[in-house]
Design a protein around this ligand. Structure first.
Ligand code: MRU
Ligand code: ZN
Length: 210
C-alpha cells in the first residue's frame, strides 16, 4: 500500500512539468541539467528522475522519494542531487518546493563570487520578491559552495551554513547553478526569478566596473 497520496503526486508532477517547460524556454535548464521537487507530506517528496529533459517532463519523469532521498515504490533513479532537495524539506518545515537550475547568469556568477564565498544583495527593489523582505533596505546573502559530486559532503556544508543561523533563501554551487525554495511552487518560482534578475544586475555592474 502506498503511504503517500497518489493524487498529490499527480498534482506535484503537473506543477513540476509546468515549471520545467517555463524554465527551459528561458534557457535555464541546458542539456538535461536542473532538477525540481515538491513536498508531498512530512515524509515524502516528488522529484524529477535523473537525466530527463527538464523542458519536456511528464508524469513518468517524476517519482517519489522519502526524506532520506530513498526511492519509494519504484526502481527509477531519482535526481543525482536528491539529497540537496530532501535536506531543505528536512531543515525547513515550511518548504514546499525546491528548484535547481543552471542558467548562464547563475553559472558565471557562481565562478565570479566563489572566492568571496557569497554574493551580497543590498538596496535592490526586487529583494522584496523574496518572502519576508518588506523593504529594499535589506541585505540578502546568497552563499556559494564549492562544487562536488559527493552529495553528502555538499549537504554537510549547507547544514553547517544553516546551523550558523544566517538566513538562507538559496545558494549557488561553484561552476554549477542555483538552489532555491519556497512554501509552494509559485513562491519558489518567484524566488528563482528574483535571484536570476539580481544576479544579472550584479553581473552587469561588474561588467561596467561599478
Ligand atoms: C547534465 S549535467 C547536470 C547534472 O550533473 C546535474 O547537475 C543536474 O542538474 C541534473 O542532474 P539530474 O540527475 O538529472 O537531476
Ligand atoms: Zn545541477
Amino acid at each position: 500500500m502506498k503511504n503517500y497520496d497518489a493524487r498529490q503526486l499527480a498534482h506535484a508532477a503537473l506543477q513540476i512539468a509546468d515549471a520545467g517547460r517555463d524554465l527551459a524556454v528561458r534557457g535555464w535548464t541546458p542539456a538535461t541539467s536542473s532538477n525540481f521537487s515538491v513536498r508531498l507530506d512530512d515524509a515524502h517528496a516528488a522529484i524529477t528522475i535523473s537525466g530527463r529533459d527538464k523542458g519536456n517532463l511528464g508524469a513518468d519523469d517524476v517519482m517519489v522519494v522519502d526524506l532520506h532521498g530513498k526511492a519509494v515504490d519504484t526502481d527509477a533513479r531519482p535526481s543525482a542531487e536528491t539529497l540537496l532537495h530532501t535536506q531543505i524539506y528536512a531543515r525547513y518545515a515550511d518548504a514546499g518546493a525546491v528548484l535547481h537550475t543552471h542558467s548562464h547568469n547563475q553559472t558565471v556568477a557562481s565562478r565570479l563570487w566563489a572566492k568571496a564565498g557569497a554574493i551580497r544583495f543590498e538596496g535592490w527593489e526586487l529583494l522584496k520578491a523574496i518572502s519576508g523582505t518588506p523593504t529594499h533596505e535589506t541585505v540578502i546573502i546568497l552563499p556559494v559552495f564549492p562544487n562536488t559530486q559527493d552529495m553528502p559532503a555538499l549537504v554537510k556544508q549547507v547544514d553547517a551554513y544553516i546551523d550558523s543561523g544566517t538566513p538562507l533563501h538559496g545558494y549557488l554551487i561553484d561552476g554549477h547553478g542555483i538552489y532555491t525554495w519556497g512554501r509552494d511552487m509559485a513562491e519558489t518560482r518567484r524566488h528563482l526569478e528574483a535571484f536570476e534578475f539580481l544576479l544579472a544586475c550584479e553581473l552587469d555592474l561588474r561588467r561596467l566596473n561599478r
